[in-house]
Design a protein around this ligand. Structure first.
Ligand code: SAM
Length: 259
């Protein structure tokens, strides 16, 4: 019977992959990948029947069509009764639609399908930047979704914006957007932060020999910043936590302090 497992090799080549992930790849009938080219080459050494899905991306092509075709490719082999493994860089379920959708579709069609976690870009970010998302809370948004919809941002928490390189791209193609779109994003953020607020662009390395790229700068300098398709924006808290006196008073009345 066909099955589908979506796994993530983490961010750094050869360094982040769990034993379970590796076993699934080695035992698969067919492996499909959407990862850094260097990682894809390495995956092919683990299982010779490895095929990249990257050719489905194209300039001026709606990313939703690409995702649909990736999903169809995975499902076709599941229906052919193959043990299919999808390898998506980082964590396969973090800011990645195809694995979630393909797994749901396979389950709907009566096949066994599940996900194995991997080390995501934000997991690396917490380690490399010394940030604990629990210290003040941490909100995460896809940058364009934050722009296209009415969202409530909490400036007393950390905020992480993903896909900064596509921020404000209405065409939904793989193209990088530029300073004018990022200016719109920054103008939205001025509602919550001072122009001088320090933010960071974070890029985790793909090779064990590389160092993370962490560029601290003023929020108002973001439009002109050097942004790539792997840039993630980190905004530290810009406001103090405000105590909720009403709730604390109510809680005190439940367990009055012993004297
Ligand atoms: N599944 C991936 C993960 O677990 O991290 C995320 C994939 S998502 C489609 C792509 C976005 O992830 C990028 O736009 C960027 O925000 C972030 N990202 C990808 N590679 C990164 C890297 N090397 N360093 C920092 N962020 C990265």
């Amino acid at each position: 019977n066909g099955s589908l497992v979506c796994v993530g090799p983490g961010m750094i080549l050869g360094a982040h992959m769990t034993e379970r992930c590796k076993n699934h790849i080695q035992q698969a009938d067919v492996v499909f990948t959407s990862c850094h080219p260097v990682i894809e080459k390495w995956l092919a050494t683990l299982n010779p029947c490895t095929h990249s899905l990257q050719h489905l991306y194209a300039d001026n092509k709606d990313r939703r069509n690409t995702y649909r075709q990736m999903q169809d490719t995975l499902l076709k082999e599941v229906r052919n009764k193959k043990k299919v493994v999808g390898v998506f860089y980082g964590h396969p379920g973090v800011f990645a639609q195809v694995p979630h959708r393909a797994i749901q579709q396979a389950i709907d069609e009566g096949y066994q399908a599940w996900m194995e976690p991997g080390i995501s870009a934000d997991a690396c970010l917490y380690a490399d930047m010394g940030i604990d998302p629990g210290a003040y809370g941490c909100q995460q948004f896809e940058a364009s979704q934050f722009m296209f919809y009415q969202r409530q941002l909490d400036p007393s928490a950390y905020v992480i914006l993903w896909q900064l390189g596509h921020a404000g791209d209405l065409s939904l193609t793989p193209r990088l957007t530029g300073a004018p779109e990022r200016q719109v994003l920054v103008d939205m953020l001025f509602k919550y932060y001072a122009p001088s607020h320090q933010v960071a662009i974070y890029e985790s390395p793909f090779l064990p020999t590389q160092q993370p790229r962490i560029i601290w700068q003023r929020l108002d300098g973001l439009p002109e910043a050097d942004i790539s398709l792997i840039s993630t924006l980190v905004i530290p808290p810009g406001r103090r936590l405000i105590p909720n006196d009403e709730i604390v008073t109510r809680l005190k009345s439940i367990y009055p302090p012993s004297h």
